[in-house]
Design a protein around this ligand. Structure first.
Ligand SMILES: Nc1ncnc2c1ncn2[C@@H]1O[C@H](COP(=O)(O)OP(=O)(O)OP(=O)(O)O)[C@@H](O)[C@H]1O
Ligand SMILES: [Mg+2]
Length: 241
């Protein structure tokens, strides 16, 4: 099987800091991969490199067999890479519906077909449990629901790779159960890269876990192997909330 995503020697410097440091990473199609690691480990920077939001200092990114290193983010979106931000980035003054309508319109060859837009928007809102809040201004949704709205916006792009950056931040425990179900459903038709600090969520969802520390991959393996890895415990798990 060909990997869906590979990075080779991927690095990104900010001034003198190597936020991502020579990362060799492989993701197989259909996988749910969790990325964990302490604050500042480089997880968001890595996801931003894959999505094309920022450019690498060196190294290479291959998606579905093609070198995408030099492609702008909007072209990567068209190729099937969708990304939700760690910081909520919904349009507060637009309704939940209209926030999702924006990415839906981008996926349709005729973005003005009202019926197709409506079907796409409502499907994404229903999957994320937000259908009954469709006409609320996004800024009036709870923080957790704004995070789910971002997931809906990502889903609306019908991605092959969905990158979620701390999506459960701000969700209530009852909503986290729904979120776990949602990610499993998403994984039936897409590959998921899940940056997440909530270890119960990671342990329940991940096929494999990649641990970042100081810009490098410290360890990679099944949830069981990672839980028992002494270096991981020292760098991260022992101090996790
Ligand atoms: N735009 C930027 N300019 C300068 N430094 C940055 C920038 N973005 C990230 N950094 C630095 O790069 C390092 C990695 O940051 P990053 O946000 O990738 O970590 P993270 O693993 O996502 O952390 P967290 O768990 O807190 O979200 C940190 O030291 C951070 O301060
Ligand atoms: Mg981050």
């Amino acid at each position: 099987m060909t990997p869906l995503l590979t990075t080779k020697g991927l690095s990104r410097n900010f001034g003198g800091l190597r936020a991502v440091d020579s990362v060799d990473f492989t993701l197989m199609p259909g996988e749910i991969r969790a990325v964990i690691g302490p604050n500042g480990a480089g997880k968001t920077t890595f996801a931003s490199l894959v999505s094309g939001r920022i450019q690498p200092s060196s190294g290479m990114i291959v998606f579905d067999g093609a070198d995408i290193t030099g492609l702008p983010a909007y072209v990567r979106v068209r190729q099937g890479i969708a990304y939700t931000f760690q910081i909520t980035s919904v349009f507060a003054n637009l309704t939940a519906y209209d926030n999702v309508a924006l990415p839906v319109q981008r996926t349709l060859s005729d973005g003005r077909s009202k019926g197709a837009v409506q079907a796409g928007v409502m499907a994404a809102l229903e999957r994320t449990g937000l259908a009954d809040r469709a006409h609320m201004p996004a800024g009036q949704l709870s923080y957790g629901h704004q995070r789910l709205l971002e997931v809906a916006m990502g889903l609306a792009l019908k991605p092959r790779l969905l990158i979620l950056d701390e999506p459960t931040q701000g969700l209530a425990d009852s909503e986290i159960d729904n979120f776990i179900t949602l990610v499993r459903e998403i994984a039936a038709s897409a590959t998921v890269l899940l940056i997440e600090h909530n270890m119960p969520v990671v342990m329940q969802l991940a096929d494999r876990i990649t641990v970042f520390n100081a810009g490098k991959i410290l360890a990679e393996g099944t949830p069981e192997a990672i839980r028992e890895n002494a270096a991981v415990q020292q760098a991260y798990l022992g101090t996790a909330p």
